[in-house]
Ligand binder design. Sequence first.
Ligand code: NAD
Ligand code: SSN
Length: 491
Amino acid sequence: MNTLDLNFPELVRDKSYINGEWVGSQRTFDVYDPATQEKIATLPDQDPEVVDTTIDAAYDAFKEFKKTSPRVRSRLLRKWFDLMTEHTDDLAKIVTWENGKPIAEATGETKYAASYFEWYAEEAPRMYGHTIQPSNPKNRAYTSLEPVGVVSIITPWNFPIAMITRKAGAAIAAGCTVVVKPDAQTPLSCLALAFLAEKAGIPKGVFNVVLSATKVPEFGLKLCKNKKSKKISFTGSTNVGKILMEQSSSSLKKCSFELGGNAPVIVFNDARLDQAVAQAIATKFRGLGQTCVCANRIYVQSGIYDEFAQKFANAVLKFKIGNGFDKATTHGPLINEKAIEKVESHVKDAISKGAKVIVPGGRIPELGPNFYSPTVLTNITNDMRVCSEETFGPLGALIKFETCQEVIDMANDVDYGLASYVFSENVNTVHLVSEALECGMVSCNTGIFTDAAIPFGGVKESGYGREGSLYGILDYTVVKTVTIGNLSLEN
Ligand SMILES: NC(=O)c1ccc[n+]([C@@H]2O[C@H](COP(=O)([O-])OP(=O)(O)OC[C@H]3O[C@@H](n4cnc5c(N)ncnc54)[C@H](O)[C@@H]3O)[C@@H](O)[C@H]2O)c1
Ligand SMILES: O=CCCC(=O)O
């Protein structure tokens, strides 16, 4: 089934990809376009046992792949990057089809995803160790970075292609082999990547994709417990991250967890107002609020609060919500009914506790069940759910503050610590507030900051591990120390 008018229709696959083979199964599940509700694919709903056989294949492949030189791995990733670049338009259409995001945003995600392969093609040959002089003068020591082994990867639906490349790119650069379980709502982008892996000459068993819609916890359990897999890399909600961490303890897996956020945006009186509004809009409504670094709480200092709120509301009223394939669409649908219910529950809770509605927003049934026009609320206070929980949707929640210390305390008063945003023209404020915020990433005077060159990751219950940048590859390596003792020229 392919109604996408792709240049290269073979990119739409209907099987899982294991050990270089396309594998079906008796049971199947359907994938739906979140904008139209149309069925767009039918894929194998595999039995959990496939996880063990796939890890076996990845384990066998690892024995040879770990011996490849970094330069060879670099060339493989570069070839994969080139193929992604050649097929950007088709890949972006697949992302929009299964996720709903506007085609321009899907194109941006596809280029962003490919940039992780390019980045890690360049990092692979730079896996340096150290030379060390131990305290015994007759000894010498050196370290090398070795690939950790087979990696279990679980990814969410909100970035169907980029969350996979930023893990798999680093893992493969390091010499690991991987088993990926994408979200059942958005598996097609991952399978298209597998198709390009094959074309790029990635050896069989190095990049594998297993699929499940109805046995996801069982898949998770096996991916965590299997002893031949030495690492789990997960992007998704904090709740699931905690389950996976517990399950991984039996095999003492190395873990990387990129989990939920609750990003504060802090706008000081001296910020460039129009720029701050535009950037707050960009971070709040990227993916219609469905990214882990999206603003959840927007703190605005009292001197500019009313003007900021007015400008913010005016910008939201200009959005054109619609089908992501329509070029005029600025924002697409939410992923599913549950996502809309979460937004509605946060709006209802805030209004019941005294929030003021300045843009009502709400469902748009004439477009389809997953469409929701953004709501903007002022008079938000810390006791409202939006302040402690991630909305993951289009609710702009504006909170007034007076002093720097007050806003730092409020911003830090959550379990999460992924991204934060600071808007000010005062270099002292920018530095000191950035230092005081409990989070993994601070973005100052811009709402869009992620990049393959930037270390991405959180603190607190937003998880740990870093992706992208010079640090990302370390998550897929272990340090080997070699000591040479009793050196002597007497023989
Ligand atoms: N920090 C980051 O880099 C980052 C990036 C994107 C999304 N996220 C977070 O992801 C969340 C949104 O994604 P979601 O709602 O799909 O998250 P989710 O945790 O429900 O699902 C993520 C993945 O985990 C799988 N999964 C669900 N239950 C599982 C279980 N018991 N065992 C094993 N796997 C299981 C899903 O099938 C999916 O593949 C948000 O909280 C968002 O902040 C974080
Ligand atoms: O959803 C989280 C990922 C966001 C990003 O990498 O820009």
